[in-house]
Write a protein that binds this ligand. Structure first.
Ligand SMILES: NC(=O)c1ccc[n+]([C@@H]2O[C@H](COP(=O)([O-])OP(=O)(O)OC[C@H]3O[C@@H](n4cnc5c(N)ncnc54)[C@H](OP(=O)(O)O)[C@@H]3O)[C@@H](O)[C@H]2O)c1
Length: 347
């Protein structure tokens, strides 16, 4: 299958109008050379291409995805901001009926919504109860973009779970299993898990990934806080496929997206202008990011394996080798179930 760069499909060729936010300049033609350089760097830090999955063919606009999304139902958990919000817009433009979940989710004429705080087990269980009580039809697509940056000053939630683990792993696990248990995912539904798939993370072992997930001591650096959780999420997807035989699961590395909000709990305020300036020349525009994610999820490529992994360049890649360890995936699911059981017992 021919591969085109998604960047060429929607990148902003005209300079953005005056008065726009700095992030709207991301994706501008001016930055094409730096984006290309960044793509080369991302490839250097990526796992090998997955020849069985292959690369996905880019499309020019959301309307080209109509065959996959028209009349379908999608739920985007974390769909109010940044990557999630642009996936919502893209799927709606392609004809899907989309439900958004987040703390600030609000229903509109075009979007259904469930407001939920997923940072605790009780919050995740309340969401599932609310959805089940609403009597909605099953979804054809489930997208996870809910996530957190590490909070170096207050690292744990009220459940005692490290915050990145709580939203990037635990919340996703509880929502997936809760929706499936209530028959709210259609047979053959596709699940897109947006985090940090297919990254070559050095010096990791099964034990070191487990230690990061347990987080008995909080992570002290950003790479340690994020990258082992990406491996854990990809291992969790393998286990989720075994537990949910009718689902097709996809892990995704989104690159850097224009509207990313860097939080003060992770970065000192004096660093923000420099970080924002560094991201601008390499970030994908929101439109390109939304189209890339929706294109991968709709592609025939993801049907070639129960679990596949991609990056925002539409390249099908293998996960980190540790993600294929059945013992690691099963341990992660059991560990997350254990946290949920402990939280219930404590209530
Ligand atoms: N942005 C990037 O460039 C980038 C790069 C690599 C990986 N990633 C990963 O991709 C995922 C999405 O990134 P993003 O930049 O789009 O994240 P984001 O802008 O922080 O958005 C996260 C979404 O989750 C929701 N959310 C946050 N806390 C929540 C909570 N306690 N309960 C319910 N919903 C909550 C947010 O909405 P509310 O605030 O309304 O709740 C928002 O819709 C994250 O896991 C991130 O680590 C992002």
């Amino acid at each position: 299958m021919a591969t085109r760069q998604v960047e060429t499909a929607q990148s902003t060729d005209a300079p953005p109008a005056a008065g726009r936010s700095l992030s709207s300049y991301a994706g501008a033609a001016l930055f094409a050379p730096t984006r290309l350089l960044f793509r080369a760097m991302v490839r250097l830090g990526s796992t090998p291409l997955d020849d069985e999955i292959g690369n996905v063919e880019a499309v020019a606009s959301p309307s080209d995805l109509g065959a996959a999304y028209r009349g379908k139902r999608a739920i985007v958990v974390g769909g109010t901001k940044s990557i999630g919000a642009t996936i919502v817009t893209t799927m709606q433009s392609a004809g899907a009926k989309v439900t958004v979940v987040a703390r600030s989710a609000v229903a509109t004429d075009t979007t259904d919504a469930f407001a939920a705080d997923l940072s605790t087990v009780a919050g995740c269980e309340k969401l599932i109860d609310d959805i089940a009580a609403a009597g909605v039809a099953p979804w054809d697509y489930l997208v996870f973009t809910v996530g957190a940056w590490p909070d170096f000053s207050q690292p744990y939630t009220s459940d005692g779970v490290e915050k990145v683990v709580a939203l990037d792993l635990l919340a996703r696990h509880l929502v997936l299993d809760g929706l499936a248990a209530h028959g709210l995912l259609a047979s053959g539904a596709r699940v897109l898990n947006v985090l940090a798939s297919a990254q070559l993370v050095p010096l990791q072992t099964e034990e070191s990934v487990k230690a990061r997930v347990e987080a008995k001591t909080p992570p002290a650096t950003l790479p340690y806080a994020l990258f082992p959780v990406g491996i854990a999420a990809d291992a969790w997807l393998q286990d989720a496929a075994a537990r949910h035989p009718s689902l097709t699961l996809v892990g995704m590395f989104p690159g850097i997206v224009a509207s990313t909000q860097l939080p003060l709990c992770t970065f000192p305020s004096w660093m923000m202008p420099a970080l924002t300036a560094a991201m601008l020349p390499v970030a994908s525009s929101d439109a390109d990011a939304g189209l890339a994610h929706a294109t991968v999820l709709a592609s025939p490529n993801v049907a070639r394996k129960r679990v596949s992994y991609f990056n925002y360049m539409l390249e099908g890649r293998r996960a980190h080798e540790l993600a294929y360890s059945p013992t690691l995936g099963a341990w992660i699911s059991a560990h997350l179930d254990g946290i949920a059981a402990a939280s219930r017992a404590a209530r």
